[in-house]
Design a protein around this ligand. Structure first.
Ligand SMILES: NC(=O)c1ccc[n+]([C@@H]2O[C@H](COP(=O)([O-])OP(=O)(O)OC[C@H]3O[C@@H](n4cnc5c(N)ncnc54)[C@H](OP(=O)(O)O)[C@@H]3O)[C@@H](O)[C@H]2O)c1
Length: 313
């Protein structure tokens, strides 16, 4: 059996283990949440975001399904409400500051803030072996800046809690800094992005700007960027790196006001983003986000997960 077949077998075994784990209900002792616990999911109208919304609500939380398209989002929330779940809709475009402000005001007025933020909204314009960077700016802006926008806007609204508020960033293995494949070749940049002690937001923003500049100038192909889905990989590398940076910044908060932030890769999922060509369902892809959001153990922060296990950045 070859390496990739062995890896595939391991992954399938792990998915089976997880589907068993999911049949074990959380005990009362583990359950720190209730219907008063408020989770916000971006891009909740379809795909993995819709499933994360559904699963969190099925665990008994109140979930705010957000979507940039009000009609689609309203209909998606209605489907879940009709299933008896505490799901409510509000419009939110993670790139529109007016929309973000209106959402935050509404959330504060109606729910007094939130306990969990899932940054799921993202775009990708490549499929199969395509590697166009035609939409690189939109990809980096939505996936990285959109995630940052929501974190910055919602941190002040996160409710004090003895178990800590939580942020889960939906990311991708394609954006690994030290993965076996698809990593950036510039050792200096890798060192800067990998050293969390000296890492700054300017370093991450600088890497994105430099990539987008090369795209504009038509020189990106020799820039040593990831070779597969380059724009998307760069955007998710930024999300992963920003997750670690924010974990460090947030670690100063006093007990009772802690915020834990982690990211995860859902796997290759049958959604619109992959042209439904993935190898797992949206339900399976949502699992690790829900598990992370509900972790009973405190103080897990600044980590990267897949299939309910920590993986290397
Ligand atoms: N599918 C995979 O194999 C896979 C693998 C690794 C990681 N991921 C990640 O998983 C997450 C969910 O992806 P998916 O597969 O479920 O894709 P999807 O079906 O294309 O859903 C993406 C969601 O993001 C929303 N969105 C895009 N731009 C937005 C904006 N500016 N403001 C608010 N919402 C916006 C979309 O809204 P519209 O409906 O209005 O477009 C949609 O609801 C993404 O972060 C993705 O990168 C997916």
């Amino acid at each position: 059996m070859g390496k990739s077949e062995r890896a595939k077998e391991r992954r399938e075994k792990r998915l089976q283990e997880i589907s068993l784990l999911r049949t074990i209900p959380y005990s009362d002792h583990q359950k720190w949440w209730s219907a008063e616990t408020i989770a916000v999911v971006t891009g909740g109208n379809r795909g993995i975001g819709f499933e994360i919304t559904r699963q969190l609500a099925a665990h008994g939380l109140t979930v705010i399904l957000t979507s940039r398209d009000p009609n689609v989002g309203f209909e998606a929330a209605k489907v879940l409400q009709e299933g008896g779940l505490n799901v409510f809709f509000h419009q939110l475009d993670v790139l529109d500051q007016v929309s973000i402000k209106e959402f935050c005001d509404w959330l504060q007025q109606n729910y007094g803030g939130l306990d969990i933020l899932v940054n799921n909204a993202a775009v990708n314009f490549n499929q199969g072996s395509d590697n166009s960077v035609e939409y690189a700016s939109q990809v980096c802006t939505t996936n990285y800046c959109g995630t940052k926008n929501m974190i910055q806007a919602l941190i002040p609204l996160m409710k004090p809690s003895s178990v800590g508020a939580r942020i889960v960033n939906v990311s991708s293995r394609l954006g690994r800094l030290n993965g076996k494949r698809n990593k950036i070749e510039d050792l200096n940049l890798r060192e800067q992005l990998g050293n969390v002690e000296s890492l700054t937001e300017e370093t991450i923003d600088g890497a994105i700007s430099s990539f987008l500049k090369q795209v504009e100038e038509g020189t990106w192909e020799s820039g040593g960027w990831p070779k597969t889905f380059t724009d998307y990989s760069v955007s998710k590398l930024a999300v992963n790196t920003y997750t670690r940076l924010m974990a460090k910044i947030l670690s100063d908060r006093p007990d009772g006001q802690k915020i834990y932030i982690n990211c995860y890769c859902p796997g290759w999922v049958k959604t619109a983003m992959t042209g439904y060509a993935g190898n797992i369902s949206a339900e399976e892809g949502a699992d690790t986000a829900v598990w992370l959001a509900l972790l009973p153990d405190q103080a897990i922060t600044g980590k990267f997960f897949a299939e309910r296990r920590e993986i290397r950045f």
